[in-house]
Design a protein around this ligand. Sequence first.
Ligand SMILES: [Zn+2]
Length: 110
Amino acid sequence: MLLQQRAFRIDQLNRLDSPTATKSDPARDEIGATLREAARRVLTLIDAALRRIEEGSYGHCQRCGDLMSLHRLTALPMSTLCGRCQLTLGIVGPDRARGPEHSRTAHRDI
Ligand SMILES: [Zn+2]
């Protein structure tokens, strides 16, 4: 799944970098630059996730070290924080809904 996304982003970058995609339209250039920036950012996240898979730390929250739920990793394979830490840090992600991951764990660390 990560590798597919990675291939998709690389392909997207290639298309955005192709001369046909950058016609001399300033508005278009700006959109293209934004898209390229976004695609590169995602690619960086994917590469980081792949590196964590190799290191064996993939799936663990980088803040609290808790194992993230499969549900979360399926929805957000590049996420580096568990849902609780993401909420704690106030990062608004695409998955603002609380997953089932912390309803199982009753402990509170605050
Ligand atoms: Zn966490």
